[in-house]
Design a protein around this ligand. Structure first.
Ligand SMILES: CCCCCCCCCCCCCC(=O)SCCNC(=O)CCNC(=O)[C@H](O)C(C)(C)COP(=O)(O)OP(=O)(O)OC[C@H]1O[C@@H](n2cnc3c(N)ncnc32)[C@H](O)[C@@H]1OP(=O)(O)O
Length: 295
């Protein structure tokens, strides 16, 4: 009887997986099936749960080329990608100092401190620059980091949803991508940071749909403060669109055992405020963010 039940489950699982190709529908169906019911199917396929895309589907990496990318965007991507450290034949690493940073639409997913946040925030929060699935509509960008030069280059293609003055990119959208580039560089070099100060000079408008380069460098580190600056230029570097300087303040270090009780007390005091909104100042839950560098 039990064996018969397992067999029916297995056949059902296989039918679902092989016939339903639309991913949202397939995911919805699978959410209704208890995971234990899938085990017979998995064991029959001799695959581990982590290998199975629907139980642990890898998040979409938004920094990879997609059909909306212009020829110029692709050309620049391929240029910086060619500078990246890569495994060569024989296991040797091609030196270059550059590396592409992956980019996801969630950060809370990686936060153990997320228990302080409401369920709504946990489920619905999206990184501002990656909050539309429509390719090419808003921020299309990829960040390449050069750790040894303490520098990063962001290739940015501005989509039609970012219009400000007719035919040109909104100043707030430019500030957003600058904050993202500078924040990413500061975060990469100094750990978790919050932008404390950002000064922007808008020198010439950025045409909607065009591709620009945001070249960011580290100026100095003073205690918790990381000073960074950038220039936004046309893709061939001939025209300066924007320049900016910023100061990012590093968060609290991962708590040591002795500090843990104080932090826990602080967290419960602020829990009520944190429940529906972020606290205005850097709060202890930031200390629990896993350091990862999606941008
Ligand atoms: C890990 C996950 C990564 C994910 C990445 C994906 C996203 C990609 C990247 C996206 C990136 C997006 C990034 C975003 O969008 S971050 C979002 C925008 N930023 C904020 O909301 C920050 C709000 N402000 C604060 O939280 C606090 O004020 C901070 C944390 C900044 C400092 O408060 P804290 O209580 O902790 O420290 P402190 O007050 O003792 O000050 C410490 C030092 O800093 C100096 N100072 C302070 N304020 C300013 C100021 N305004 N100008 C110049 N300096 C300032 C101050 O004089 C002092 O210096 P000194 O006296 O020691 O010399």
């Amino acid at each position: 009887m039990l064996r018969h039940g397992l067999q029916v489950t297995r056949v059902f699982c296989q039918t679902v997986l092989h016939t339903v190709s639309a991913r949202p529908l397939r995911s919805a169906i699978l959410r209704l099936i208890p995971r234990t019911a899938l085990l017979p199917w998995l064991s029959s396929r001799a695959v581990s749960v982590s290998e199975w895309p629907l139980l642990s589907s890898p998040p979409r990496d938004y920094s990879l080329p997609n059909p909306s990318w212009s020829t110029e965007m692709r050309r620049l991507y391929e240029y910086y990608d060619s500078l990246c450290e890569k495994e060569m034949e024989g296991g040797e690493k091609k030196p270059g100092g550059w590396g592409r940073l992956p980019s996801y639409n969630r950060t809370l997913k990686y936060a153990a401190g997320g228990k302080c946040l409401s369920k709504l925030l946990k489920e619905k929060a999206r990184l501002f620059t990656r909050n539309t699935e429509e390719q090419g509509a808003a921020f299309e960008y990829v960040v390449f980091m050069n750790k040894s030069e303490k520098r990063c280059v962001c290739i940015f293609q501005a989509g039609h949803l970012l219009e400000g003055p007719p035919g040109n990119v909104h100043g707030g959208a430019i500030a957003t991508i600058i904050d993202t580039s500078l924040g990413t560089l500061a975060g990469y070099l100094s750990g978790i940071v919050m932008t404390a100060n950002l000064n922007i000079n808008y020198c010439s408008p950025i045409p909607l749909g065009s591709v620009v380069l945001i070249d960011s460098v580290l100026d100095k580190v003073e205690g918790r403060k990381t000073f960074v600056s950038c220039q936004v230029t046309s893709s061939d570097g001939s025209k300066l669109h924007t320049e900016a300087t910023g100061n990012a303040v590093a968060g609290l270090p991962i708590p040591r055992q002795s500090q843990h009780a104080t932090l826990k007390k602080k967290m419960s005091n602020t829990h009520r405020h944190l429940k529906h909104t972020f606290h205005g100042r850097l709060n202890p839950s930031f200390a629990y963010f896993k350091v990862c560098f999606p941008c």
